[in-house]
Design a protein around this ligand. Structure first.
Ligand code: ADP
Length: 827
């Protein structure tokens, strides 16, 4: 039976009080304890416990031979927190086993009737979770029963631990105090010595302050000291007063009153910040505007504001030191301006320029013209050593030139210097006129090189070209002279006369031979117009027209005509050629040759007359022959004799060929004697073409002749003569093609004209022949066509007829592939 509630049986009057200890005694189950229940405890024990429980200072009872232990609340701190409540009624030897050996002899003494007293008894107790050093004042007195037999003991204790500790501390403190005292005594004597020293120091300090002041006063640079937040000037040397320009009466005045113009220049704020934070302020090259001599002027300073501390470490002012760098700054600005000017000058220069600095010749500035000469990207050359930027320029003698300019200050000049450069990826030879000038500073030291270059590549190249041209020209000239000589020789041997007309003056100059041909005296001069008067009237207009066209179109001409020489001799036939040579003003000369062809012409005329006569003579029998053959054919139509029929057919086509030939000859002679006339009528040229094709198809079996046309086309022309043109072209196509080929005839009406084309698959015409086949009697020299017989008059006549109709005739042909002849007539 053990719980915290007090047991009713233990509620004895002597146990009533006692706080915690009382509760513990009352709540114990004493029935199981050797002492038995409280009511049965011996009277002296009850009295003793009653005293103990009601006492306010530490008391305990040990009862019986086993020293059963009882104690009050005040005793608890002596025991510590661990022992209670287990110590109630327990054997004291168990409760205090750790000191029992020490206290046992004393217990014996008390039990023998002796009262014991201990002062500041030292012991170690297990309490409050550990072993503690404790000191107690103790008294132990025996408790006897009514018979005087000692049964127990009463213990009265008071702990003196705190007192003892305090005493110990006091002792220690006293020792320390004594030590300090000794030290203090020693220091005191030292202080006395120091005091004496201090006085000396103070004296010397005053001296040195005086020295500092005089140093500051006479310092060649501005120094000022401003005290207090309001910046009262306490010291200002002559130099700073000169800078301020406000006179010498400044000490004691406020900085802001002396220099109000600084109010808006942040300087007051800088001073205030130094005063507040203690962080020194330094400015370099700072522009400061000061009113000096009544004028606001700009100066440049390097200046510092440094905090000044008093003995207790507080800032009491600011020291201002400065260096006037205005002159330096102006010089620097001038230098910079000069450099800018030089730079701008280079950039805008109309010639290529650059600056190369230092022994490595670093390209610091280069204008666009220079960069163009180099043929590199600007970013790849600027600020690079020149031979790193232009490795291609190395090894061409320029390094030596540059080094001598840079090291010896000698100007280097070169004219038309060839330099190989890799420009925009292409290795090119560049010719340059250039100057390398030393670039010096104001002291004359060489900083680098100014290079000025003029690219003369074009000039040099064109001059070289010119030289080549001149050489060629000379060669050509020599050749021309030789050719001229040959030409004159040829002219002389060929009996050629030459002529030339100045088109600006109309003046005609003629060679002696030509002069003779025209029956002129050797000194007689003639204009072109006058010379035309000598031409026979029937040729005059034509010749004048041809020359006019020639001048207009800047071409040449060739013409045969008759003249009546001025000296009245017999008429002459001349063959003239001419060609226009224009000068830069447009009008130049027309120059040509004249050949006397009278003999040949007369021969020709005689031949023509003969042909004409023979043709005439032949025409009559041929007409009769044709009529007979036609009649025979009619008669044969009812006859079955195939041989006869074919023979007559062939005879008729041969007669037709012959008739055409004779007509051709007759036409030529008519043409040349000017007796050919056009008899124009309106007719369907397609029908005419078809008729001719049908006619010519007979006798040219194996050939395929096709006509392509869109319908009838009426033209206004000479039907017979146009018919002979078509016959001519078509019979040529048949003649000059293999027997089994195709001929395509095309008739078309186009806008304002009619166009015919006759296309064959024949031998074709060589280019050289093509130009001449429309000439009289001209026959191709260069093709198989040469093998075919003919007289070379068909195309000549055709061209004459078409031209007289104001039409046009031409040929397109490729040798070996065929030809297409075209002619056009106006509609
Ligand atoms: P001819 O035929 O009598 O020689 P032409 O004046 O008709 O005379 O023709 C002149 C020359 O042009 C011919 O000799 C011939 O060499 C060439 N010629 C004309 N027509 C053709 C053609 N269709 N194909 C090839 N050559 C042609």
């Amino acid at each position: 039976m053990s719980n915290e509630s007090e047991l009713a049986v233990n509620n004895q009057p002597f146990l009533k009080s006692g706080g915690i200890a009382g509760v513990s005694i009352r709540s114990m189950d004493w029935s199981v304890h050797p002492l038995g229940v409280p009511v049965d405890w011996p009277e002296p024990l009850k009295i003793a416990i009653n005293i103990v429980l009601s006492a306010s200072f530490p008391m305990a009872v040990n009862w019986g031979p086993d020293f059963y232990h009882f104690y009050n609340d005040a005793f608890l701190p002596l025991m510590g927190t661990d022992k209670h409540p287990g110590a109630i009624g327990r054997k004291a030897s168990e409760v205090y086993s750790e000191i029992w050996e020490t206290v046992a002899p004393f217990n014996d003494k008390v039990m023998n009737g002796e009262s014991l007293k201990f002062k500041d008894m030292h012991t170690s107790l297990y309490r409050n979770g550990g072993k503690e050093e404790c000191w107690f004042d103790f008294s132990c007195s025996p408790i006897a029963d009514d018979k005087g037999i000692i049964k127990g003991m009463l213990i009265i204790a008071s702990e003196t631990t705190e007192k003892i500790i305090n005493e110990r501390r006091f002792e220690e403190t006293t020792e320390q105090l004594q030590a300090i005292n000794e030290e203090l005594t020693a220091s005191n004597s030292e202080l006395e010595v120091t005091q004496e020293n201090l006085e000396e120091i103070l004296n010397s300090l005053q001296e040195s302050e005086q020295r500092v002041r005089s140093i500051v006063e006479s310092a060649p640079f501005p120094i000022g000291v401003y005290v207090g937040r309001e910046m009262r000037i306490s010291l200002a040397n002559q130099s700073i007063m000169d800078v301020w320009g406000k006179g010498n009466n400044v000490v004691g005045k406020l900085y802001s009153d002396i220099l109000p113009e600084l109010g808006n220049q942040e300087i007051f704020a800088q001073l205030d910040a130094v005063f507040t934070t203690g962080v020194p302020f330094h400015a370099r090259n700072q522009r400061v505007d000061l009113v000096v001599d009544g004028l606001l002027q700009s100066y440049f300073f390097n200046y510092s504001f440094t905090p000044l501390y008093d003995a207790s470490g507080n800032i009491y002012g600011v020291m201002n030191t400065a260096a006037d760098v205005t002159d330096l700054n102006i010089a620097k600005q001038k230098l910079e301006q000069n450099e800018r000017n030089l730079r701008n000058m280079i950039l805008q220069a109309p010639v290529a320029m650059c600056i190369l600095l230092g022994p490595e010749h670093i390209i610091t500035v280069a204008n666009q013209l220079m960069i163009d000469i180099w043929g590199k990207e600007e970013a790849n050359v600027i600020n690079k050593p020149v031979y790193e930027a232009l490795p291609d320029a190395k090894g061409q003698g320029l390094e030596e030139a540059m080094d001598s300019v840079y090291n010896r200050g000698e100007t280097f000049k070169a004219m038309e210097q060839p330099v190989s450069l890799l420009r925009n990826g292409v290795l090119e030879e560049v010719y340059q006129n250039f100057v390398y000038e030393p670039y010096r500073d104001s002291e004359g030291n060489i900083l680098g090189i100014i290079a000025i270059t003029i690219d003369v590549t074009e000039q040099v190249k064109s001059r070289k070209l010119l030289e080549v041209n001149a050489r060629q020209l000379k060669k050509f000239n020599d050749e021309t002279i030789a050719a001229n000589e040959r030409y004159h020789m040829a002219i002389a041997t060929a009996n050629l006369g030459t002529w030339s007309v100045n088109l600006e003056t109309d003046e005609l100059s003629v060679s002696d031979r030509a002069r003779k041909m025209h029956g002129l005296d050797s000194d007689e001069s003639l204009s072109l117009t006058e010379s035309l008067q000598l031409v026979s009237p029937e040729f005059r207009d034509k010749l004048a027209g041809i020359i006019e066209q020639c001048i207009l179109h800047n071409t040449g001409f060739e013409m045969e005509y008759q003249i009546q020489p001025k000296d009245g001799s017999a008429a002459k036939w001349l063959r003239s050629t001419g060609k226009v040579y224009n000068n830069e003003r447009g009008k130049g000369t027309i120059t040509g040759t004249i050949l006397d062809i009278t003999e040949r012409k007369l021969d020709e005329l005689r031949k023509n007359d003969f042909i004409s006569m023979v043709s005439h003579e032949l025409k009559t029998p041929l007409t009769s022959l044709s009529a007979i053959v036609q009649l025979t054919q009619v008669k044969l139509s009812s006859n079955d004799d195939a041989f006869l029929k074919e023979a007559m057919g062939k005879a008729y086509s041969q007669i037709k060929r012959m008739t055409n030939l004779i007509n051709g000859f007759l036409n030529i002679s008519r043409l040349e004697s000017g007796k050919i006339y056009l008899t124009k009528s309106r007719f369907d040229i397609v029908a005419l073409g078809r008729e001719i094709i049908d006619d010519l198809s007979i006798g040219s079996e194996g050939m395929r002749i096709t006509l392509i046309q869109s319908g009838p086309i009426d033209v206004f022309a000479d039907r017979d003569k146009i018919g002979s043109v078509i016959i001519n072209l078509l019979s040529n196509s048949i003649k000059y093609s293999p027997g089994d080929s195709t001929i395509e005839v095309r008739f078309e009406a186009k806008d304002a004209f009619f166009e015919a084309s006759i296309k064959d698959e024949g031998f074709g015409i060589h280019e050289k022949d093509r130009e001449r086949i429309f000439e009289r009697y001209y026959r191709a020299q260069h093709t198989k066509a040469r093998m075919v017989s003919g007289f070379g008059i068909g195309l000549y006549l055709s061209a004459e007829i078409v031209n007289r109709h104001e039409g046009k005739i031409w040929v397109e042909s490729e040798e070996g592939k065929g030809s297409t002849f075209y002619f056009r007539l106006p509609l």
